[in-house]
Structures are given as C-alpha cells and as structure tokens.
Design a protein around this ligand. Sequence first.
Ligand SMILES: *Cc1c(COP(=O)(O)O)cnc(C)c1O
Length: 384
Amino acid sequence: MKPGWRIETALIHAGEPRPRIGGAVNLPIFQSSTFEMGGTEAGYHDVRYIRLNNTPNHVVVQGKLAALEGAEAALVTGSGMAAISATLLSVLAQGDHILCHRSLYGGTFDFITKDLPRFGIAFTLVDGDDPRTWSAAVRRTTRAFYVETLTNPLLEVLDLEGVVTFCRERGLVSIVDNTCATPVNYRPIERGFDLAVHSASKYLNGHTDIVAGAVVGSAVHVGEAKRKLDHLGGTLDPHACFLLHRGLKTLSLRVRHQNETALRLAAFLEKHAAVTRVNYPGLARHPRHARAAAWFAGFGGLMSFELGDDVAAARRFMERVRLPVDAPSLGGAETLMTRPATTSHSGLSAGERKEQGISDALIRISVGLEAADDLIEDFAQALT
Ligand SMILES: *Cc1c(COP(=O)(O)O)cnc(C)c1O
C-alpha cells in the first residue's frame, strides 16, 4: 500500500488511472477483446487481449488488489479455483512435493490430492498448527507449503508465522488462501508469505453476483502464475472485473461491520443453553484466540456452532430461522447458513468428517450486512 494510506483510502484510490480515462470518475467497462498496437513492436505478452488479463479493467483492479495486501503485483482470475490451480501449477513441476494443512477448501483439497499426483506432484498433509511435525514431512523435492488463514468450517487459526519462518529457513514457497480473513483483517504478504490466493467471489466482491479469484505476491511469482493462467485460459471477463472493482470499494466497511456483528452473534450463541459449541476466533474460549487477537485486525464474519450432535435439532433451527438463506458460499450481503456435512464436506464419509472434527450437526454461518440485533432476535426465536 502507498505509504501513509490506510486501507479505506487504498480501496478507493489505489490502482486508479491518472489522468482518468475520458475524465470518467468511475472506470467504465472496456468491452473489447483486442486493442490497437499503437505502432509498437510488442511481444506476445504485450498484446492487449482479454485472455491475457491486461485490458484497462484488469490492470486497475489488479493494481488495487496489490496495494491492498502491500504486494508488488496481483492477478485476477476467472474464479478462486483458477487462481489456486494456476498458482500451484506455476510453483510445482513433475517430481516436486508440497506440504499442506490437512483441512483445506474442498476444491483445493481435491486438486492437490487427486489432480496434482497425475502430473507427478506429490503431497503430504500436515497439521498447520503443529510445527514440530513439519520437518519430518519435508523431502528433498519439497517446494511449497500451502495453508489457509482461517479454516472452514472450524475456524482454526493455524501457526501462520511458523509457516513463514519454516519456509524461509528451507527455501520453500509459502502460499496462503486469504479468502476468509481478507486484507482488511490480515495481510499475508506484509507478514512474510510469498503468495496469497483468494476466492474474490466471496468478501472481495461481496455481493454474491460473480465468481472471481486473485493471486497476490512478488512480481516474479505473480508473473509465473499469469503465464500459466494465460495458457490455461482462466481469465476474468471485463464486466466481472468491473463488478469486482465496484465491490472492492466497500470492502473495509463491509468486513468491519461483519467483524462486529459476528462477534456479537457468537457471544449470544455461546451463552445460549441450547448451543453446545461455538467456533469463532473472537471468543476468549477459542483455543487460538490470543494468536488471532495478535495477528488479525478483526475476527471475520464466519462461525460455526452445534446444538448437541442431534442433526434433527440442526434441521429444525434451519427451518425456523428467517433471515439466513440456506445456501453454501460466504462473504456476501445476505447472511448464509449451511450444514457442511450436506454441502462443502459432503464428499467425505461421516468417519472422515469426524476425524476432522466436523460433526454432521454442525451449522456454518456467514454473517451478512443485516443489523446485529435483528439477527440475534431471529436466532433467539429459532432456538426456543
Ligand atoms: C470459495 C472458496 C474457494 C474457491 O473459490 P471459487 O471462486 O468458488 O472458485 C477457495 N478457497 C476458499 C477459502 C473459498 O471459500
């Protein structure tokens, strides 16, 4: 971020073209697949073409994303999974090995454990919260370590600083999925991570109306991810760039509201007699609360809870509650609820879920932009 600018200012002004194109205060959509060469003898990667992610709409939103995380460069992509797959394929080659936390976003977990082995890339699942176990997992061929800032749905806060130190000592590339924290609450590049990846479909865009992704890091690392993406074709179209750009301007307002509302809702649930467990890093009882308080500017808008291990009680709650929408995904204006056993983690067996600590009765909430009091009143009526 430009020295002296707080994130709210960077969200509005960073990356914006000066002079403004045609005087437009808000960057218009450049719905043009190709652009004039302007008489220059350019190479392939200088050609301006939508697939190469270098139209004015790409350039501006990429400049803003880089500034938000205090990074040299950023790349927008057609989805979070496009960002993650292009990044991993740019860092890893045949014969390489990667360490990753044992519980990751489902699409990432499948890509690492099912697709990468087909390219001759091996992996080892480790506990990202237990650095004593990492050395034993390292091989001569290990290249990278992949973690997430807040895991879903249990909201674990891994030893992120331990991962950075471990990777620096061994020359590994540290990669973190920062989707759930957002740069408002945590800025991984400033904390020493080599690469941050995002599903911009979630908080960055924040309006549940596009699918997009981002890669943030050094110019060299992001450039390699871009080369891979240019060939895989996972570009973001200009209209989606425009919507992401528009959504980003309110990121800080939205996330700070969600931080406050989620903290109040989690505190309410924790005290309720029918609730047996609440997972939220803002609660003093969360096993990594002190770490989260030290590293994060806010605890985020995600939480999960249980009403005993009775799936019927969870179903009853979800039928009675009025404001939350029963839908997967997260980070939008509407509060969403989901039972991970039936959505994000339905691909695992009940036994595998249990091993990861995910009960079939667990309910995951993504707090939206409603008033905290209305949400708390609604949850209270649904729990009686
Ligand atoms: C949704 C999500 C992804 C995948 O992003 P898409 O935009 O759906 O491709 C990756 N990581 C996390 C943490 C997510 O929540």
